[in-house]
Design a protein around this ligand. Sequence first.
Ligand code: C5P
Length: 308
Amino acid sequence: MAGFHKSINLKNLWSGSWLRDGERVRGQICPDGVGKCGRFRLICRVGVRAEGGEDDVDFRGMAAQDAADRQSGDPEISMNPIILAVDVPDQASAFDLIEKVGTHVGAYKIGSELFTACGPEIIHRIRSMGASVFLDLKFYDIPNTVAKAVAAAAALDVQMLTIHTSGGRLMMEAAVKAAQSAAKQAPPLILGVTVLTSFTESLLAETGIPDAIDKHVLRLGHLAVDCGLTGLVCSPLELGMLRHSLPAPVQLVTPGIRLPDSQSDDQARIMTPRSAIEQGANFLVIGRPIYAAPDPAAAAQAIFQSLA
Ligand code: C5P
């Protein structure tokens, strides 16, 4: 597509606008196409769904435009792969943090603790700010129940959500179908959780799986893709293996990210933001290195800059 100019709002990773034949078009950036955003060494595989049809956008061109916009000092224009884990107990603390961090991250992850305490209200508030939400509730149940939970999450207009791949084929297929039919615009990206990083091989064996963890992660990853999932959550140390063996458009989201000079907390398997992107991560889930920093906005900014 010739002569486009894109404008991605940093607060909302998935929506943007560009020029089509001289006319500005708004639409959704979807994780099901292929493109490459070289500027930040990201492997951002995305497509663009415009209002009123599909557009074929050369994302490499968009990345070049991104660089020009960035040099012109427009802070709103960027692709930011950082997802802030809002691991705080209540709505007041959540918004205190979100206001501090503002547009320095690409999305906010709401987990079980905060969602159980606040309910959908917290999602409505974040979405009304124009920011993207990753709802990390790791659904695992019979297909009918998971399908309904996914439909409810899609109706909240979240951009990503998690399910357990060990829920099996029927559960995963039901989740994909539910997301597609319930979403008002682009369906949320469903991320499959393979083996929780808290597992050791002997704990896994106790559940009846005698294999090495890597082998089981790979098996579940392939099953997830076969069921129509286009994203996985994985440990940074699994990135290389999954990126090599799964189809290119699969989005890999990884926690366990630490800057070289920061402490590892309780994360045993860590990687720097830049290495994780180089190993094939599309998104980085980061909590304590940002929210426990004296200046969370500066910490998020430093992590983003470390990717350039
Ligand atoms: O504070 P920290 O950066 O370690 O936070 C990482 C986030 O990613 C937390 O919300 C944690 O629950 C989540 N997570 C993880 N390991 C997994 C899956 C999710 O650390 N395997």
